[in-house]
Design a binder for this molecule. Structure first.
Ligand code: PYC
Length: 404
């Protein structure tokens, strides 16, 4: 274990796992780290252990396609992500860590009249909440993004787009390391390579966790385990309405920078951006079958490259460098599940599907407040687990971009 910390010079080795903490956070991804960071920063709570079965950022935080945006469809989703983008905008300075946030605009392409209607609805919701989004026609798409092919000689000609200027990309590993650095400085412990194997549940309350390094009692346990949320919650006897699928993505070899926008097409099931290293980063929708198998597929490469080449024929001889998958925990309404469960002392942060990473800072702020005060902040009230029993779903299906 010491080796992991020696390599990761930013982190302090935490010493031996104690037998009690005020708060145990299961999962060392962007959400677990952000929650720990804001527990310390906003509430002075530092008797906290983060338990990560692998290494920090090894799950969704290190596998996502780094898109930050707030152009959601529901007022609840849009308001929540608006705060997240605002926090991301100040995060480099706050963490004293360059997160390389590049906000050059996000385009959700429309290839049909129906899609234009949906994008207009999203634009209206966004405008009412003060989020910078508007629908633009094909000529404006071309003017703002001259690199994209907008001709009629393709399978799905572009008719217009939802244009969201604050949308951008950020270095996901830097977000993990920036939070981790400050978390360590606050005295909070990050324990890597420790697996939670069960929970101490008695009298309707979670009293702590069982781990591969012994039992630990805790005032509050938060599970922030993304793709592993259902099996982890099940260990505590909590059933989550989640199915888990994989999402695939790949990068090309680096090419000269020529695209600073993010291009998304739900019709083509792809999104495209160019990283600061020059690679084209291309992702797709989640695969339509539940699985925990992180195996990429050839059909994904085949259809996504075909579609990308319709938008960017310039890439015709660019080689693919790397291809990977990540687990997505999908909730029935495509909105996250955050907060209290029927088990006292056991909180969840899950159901993020394909957009957990972009929510990390605001999730951290709101869950830290819930843990510290026992009161659910208004911003996350709509996302409680209870909604599945009270018929108050928050359907984010239309804004899930390519994730369904
Ligand atoms: O919702 O922005 C998004 C997204 C990007 C990749 C997957 N989902």
């Amino acid at each position: 274990m010491k080796d992991i910390f020696r390599k990761q010079k930013i982190l302090k080795a935490p010493g031996r796992l104690k037998r009690h903490y005020d708060v145990v956070i299961v999962g060392g991804g962007s959400h677990g780290l952000a929650t720990a960071y804001y527990l310390a920063k906003h509430h002075g709570i530092t008797d906290v252990a983060i338990l990560e079965q692998s290494y920090i950022g090894s799950g969704g935080a290190g596998r996502n396609t780094t898109i930050i945006r707030s152009n959601y469809r529901t007022p609840e989703g849009a308001a929540f992500y608006k705060e997240s983008v605002a926090l991301y905008e100040r995060l480099s300075a706050e963490l004293d860590f360059n997160l390389m946030f590049s906000q050059h605009g996000h385009f959700t392409l429309a290839h049909s009249d129906r899609s234009l209607v949906v994008q207009n609805e999203r634009a209206e919701v966004n405008k009412l909440l003060g989020i910078n989004s508007r629908v633009i026609d094909r000529d404006e798409v071309k003017r703002l993004c001259p690199q994209i092919h907008v001709g009629d000689d393709v399978t799905w000609p572009i008719q217009g787009a939802l244009y969201h200027p604050p949308g951008g990309i950020i270095r996901h590993d830097a977000v993990v390391w920036g939070f981790a650095k400050q978390v360590c400085r606050s005295g909070i412990e990050i324990h890597q390579g420790i697996e939670v194997t069960g929970f101490d549940v008695r009298d309707g309350r979670c009293h702590g966790v069982r781990t591969t390094q012994g039992n630990v009692s805790a005032g509050v346990v938060l599970s922030a385990t993304a793709g592993w949320s259902s099996p982890v919650a099940k260990l505590a006897g909590v059933e989550l309405p989640i199915t888990t699928s994989i999402l695939q993505a790949f990068v090309t070899e680096p090419v000269k920078p020529f695209l600073d926008k993010i291009i998304v097409s739900a019709q083509m099931h792809i999104y495209v951006s160019q990283t600061d290293r020059g690679e084209f980063l291309i992702g797709a929708e989640v695969e339509p079958y539940p699985t925990y198998s992180n195996k990429g597929t050839f059909p994904f490469i085949e259809y996504s490259t075909r579609h990308v080449l319709e938008l960017f024929p310039q890439l015709h001889s660019t080689r693919i460098l790397r291809h990977w998958t990540g687990l997505c925990d999908m909730s029935p309404d495509y909105s996250p599940i955050m907060g209290l469960t029927e088990l006292d002392g056991f909180l969840v942060d899950c159901g993020w599907g394909t957009y957990g990473f972009k929510a990390a800072p605001i999730t951290g702020v709101t869950l830290a407040e819930l843990i510290a005060t026992g009161k659910t902040p208004a911003l996350i009230e709509p996302f409680k687990l209870e909604r599945f029993y009270t018929d108050t779903l928050v359907s984010e299906l239309a804004a899930a971009a390519v994730s369904h």
